[in-house]
Design a binder for this molecule. Sequence first.
Ligand SMILES: [Zn+2]
Length: 424
Amino acid sequence: MSSFNNYIKFALDIKDQNIVFEDYFFRLANGYKQKVYQAVLLQPSCPFCGSQELRHNGRLKTEIRYPAANASQPVIIRLFKQRVWCRTCNKRSMAQSDLVGKYCCISQHSKLKILSALTEDRSMTSIARENNVSVNTVQRVLGSCSHQFSSSYDYLPEHLAFDEFKGVDRTLHFICLDADKHEVVQILRTRYKKAIIAYFKKFSPAALQGVKTVSLDLNFYYQDIVRACFPKAEIVLDRFHMVQMLTRSFNSLRVQVMKKFKKISREYKLLKSPWKLYLKKYQALDKIHPHYNWHYKDNLTQEQIVNEGIACSTELTNAYNLLQAFYDALAAKDPLAIKEVIHAKEEVGWQMHQTLLTFKHNLKAVINGITLNYSNGCLEGFNRKIKQIERTAFGYANFHNLLTRIRLAENKVKEKEPSSLLAA
Ligand SMILES: [Zn+2]
């Protein structure tokens, strides 16, 4: 081996002994200055019988894309693959290398680089540009990774969390997460009851019985799914959703009360602009420092604003007290206090009454949500991540590509995948 050959192989990080570099030069192609390295791929023995009695039968010229340090100067390896004819077994063969797949002109190095770029928050166009390949190639590398999150139907995590997110074509997809490890168990294209039940029914009975809790938001057919699929699971209602429901109904009551007053009245202004204060915990309100507000033209502390605001209506006062009692019970994880709140008899307005009724119907799930440590918080964070992936790509048209990208972002696929995976 010449030292010239060794230098190039060292620089390009190519270890295949059968590749021998002969020449290098620049050329102009498609308006780019390309760096071309010319090499021969030797076929030392017959791949069928191992014999070295070979007759050379020409060579195939291939041009392989290789990662470049400078993206404006693409690197091409012009590889001549030897074709041989075995004298022993009379079979023909052509030299192959780990550098590049059969019938392929993009090196495995490039594909691995594309794959590792796909795990980052980057668009496929930018990856394609950096690696001097087409967007289609990037998509093919993405497609060569599996989009399956788990292939085995023998195991399910003990604690699951269900939710949905907006994905391809603005439809909602169902997502199921491991509530302990915060890993995706499965993402399904639709969120319909039938499809979800059909999916979970594929699991073995032992796996289904192993599920202990499922946390949900208030999409009620999810509860039917839990009852249909997991015989031993407890339903956990997500506590953030409970708070959200209560605060929403409180807000609509506040607006109702507010609209009974004239727009120029002090009551209207006290109920309108400082609306956020009503949703705060009472303990967290500022009780000492008054601030001047030009809306109601007075110097008031936060506590004074809230007290004067809720005094406008008894319903509003009751609803406010109930909301605060709910916050306290939630913080104390006290199931008895929650029961008391839910069974409160005071007038709290129609919306809040409806919310409480909903809670009453799902009392067990509500109490689980308050006392157990599982919630959909992990899912909300995960959904944010998915949104970011979609935003970077300006949306996905292909559901499997989206799944693979999510899976890559989760780092489920290691950079050094077996090369079979990359035989795109
Ligand atoms: Zn042979």
